[in-house]
Design a protein around this ligand. Structure first.
Ligand SMILES: NC(=O)c1ccc[n+]([C@@H]2O[C@H](COP(=O)([O-])OP(=O)(O)OC[C@H]3O[C@@H](n4cnc5c(N)ncnc54)[C@H](O)[C@@H]3O)[C@@H](O)[C@H]2O)c1
Length: 274
C-alpha cells in the first residue's frame, strides 16, 4: 500500500468559506461495504469530487478493484479489509486509515448483510441468521463509530452517516431481521447525535428507497414490484445509486454543521416524514 500525504486540512485550505463549506475536496471519507453496490458508487463519486475514499469491505479483492477504478479515473483512495462485526478488525481498519491519512473526516456506515439476505416468515428465521444480521448491520455500525469517535473528537470535526432503509417505514414482510436492524440505526443516530454534538461531530442517517445496483441479489424485487414502487413515488422513476450523492455530500461537509440526529429519506418521495 502506498502512503498518501495530505498537504493540508480542509479547514485551512484557503478556499473561500462559502465554496469550502460545500466541498468534499481532501476529505478523508471512510465507507464501509464499499466493494460493490451503493458503497462502491459513493466511493467513486467522493473520489471524483476530490475526496480521499477509503474502500473498506470484507471482500478485499472487490474493494481493490473499486480502488483501481478510482485511480484509473484520476482519484485517490485505498482499500482496507474489514469485518465490521469484529472489534479487532474495525480497530485495525481505523489504525490503518489514521496511519495513512492522519484523520478521518467522514464515516459512512454502509456495510450490511443485504444482497445475500434470505427472506422468510419471522417465526422461521434461523436464530443464527437473526443474530448475524444484527451483528453486522447494527453492532458493526456501532463498532465503527466507537473506533472513529476519539479521532473525530480530537480533530473537532466529524461526520457520521448511517444508512437505513425505506423498508423501515414500509414494514416489508418476511424481512424482520433486516427491517429491525435498519430501524435500530435510526435510534442509534438520534442517541449518538446527543453525545457527539458538542464535539463538532454530526450523526445523521439516510433512508434510501429501492435501488438497482450492479449486484444480482437473492431478494431482487421483480420488475413489476420496482415499477409499482416507482409509480407511487412523487418522482416516478427507478432510483439509482447516484441519486444518493447529493445528500451524502451535503451531510459530509461543514455546510451541514447544524443538522444532526436526522433521518433523511432519499426515495423520490415514496415515503413522507410526517
Ligand atoms: N440497494 C437497495 O435497494 C437499498 C435500499 C435501502 C437501503 N440499502 C442499504 O444500503 C447499503 C448498501 O446497499 P447495497 O445494495 O449496496 O448492498 P450490497 O449487499 O450490494 O453491498 C453490501 C456490502 O457490504 C459488505 N459487507 C457485508 N458484510 C460485511 C462485514 N461484516 N464487514 C464489512 N463489509 C461487509 C459486502 O461485502 C458488500 O460489499 C446497505 O446498508 C443496505 O442495507 C440498500
Amino acid at each position: 500500500m502506498t502512503t498518501t500525504t495530505l498537504t493540508h486540512t480542509p479547514q485551512d485550505s484557503g478556499v473561500p468559506a462559502s465554496a469550502r463549506d460545500l466541498s468534499v475536496q481532501e476529505r478523508v471519507v471512510l465507507i464501509t461495504g464499499a466493494a460493490q453496490g451503493i458503497g462502491r458508487e459513493l466511493a467513486r463519486q467522493f473520489a471524483a469530487a476530490g475526496a480521499f475514499s477509503v474502500v473498506a469491505d470484507l471482500n478485499f479483492d472487490k474493494a481493490q478493484a473499486v480502488v483501481k477504478e478510482i485511480h484509473d479515473a484520476g482519484g485517490t483512495g485505498f482499500a482496507v479489509k474489514v469485518d465490521v462485526s469484529d472489534e479487532t478488525s474495525v480497530t485495525s481498519m481505523v489504525e490503518t486509515v489514521m496511519e495513512k491519512c492522519g484523520r478521518i473526516d467522514v464515516l459512512i456506515n454502509n456495510a450490511s448483510i443485504f444482497a445475500t439476505i434470505e427472506k422468510g416468515p419471522f417465526d422461521q428465521i434461523p436464530m443464527e441468521q437473526w443474530e448475524q444480521v444484527l451483528k453486522v448491520n447494527v453492532t458493526g455500525s456501532y463498532l465503527c463509530v466507537r473506533a472513529v469517535a476519539a479521532h473525530m473528537r480530537a480533530a473537532g470535526f466529524g461526520r457520521i452517516i448511517n444508512i437505513s432503509s425505506d423498508s423501515v417505514t414500509r414494514g416489508i414482510g418476511n424481512y424482520l431481521h433486516y427491517v429491525t436492524s435498519k430501524s435500530a440505526l435510526i435510534g442509534m443516530t438520534n442517541a449518538l447525535a446527543r453525545e457527539l454534538g458538542g464535539d463538532g461531530i454530526t450523526v445523521n442517517c439516510v433512508r434510501p428507497g429501492m435501488i438497482a445496483t450492479e449486484v444480482e441479489r437473492t431478494v431482487n424485487p421483480t420488475i413489476e414490484v420496482r415499477e409499482r414502487a416507482a409509480s407511487q413515488q412523487c418522482i416516478p422513476r427507478g432510483m439509482v445509486p447516484t441519486d444518493l450523492v447529493g445528500i451524502m455530500f451535503f451531510l459530509a461537509t461543514p455546510a451541514s454543521a447544524f443538522i444532526t440526529g436526522q433521518t433523511i429519506a432519499c426515495d423520490g418521495g415514496y415515503t413522507h416524514s410526517s
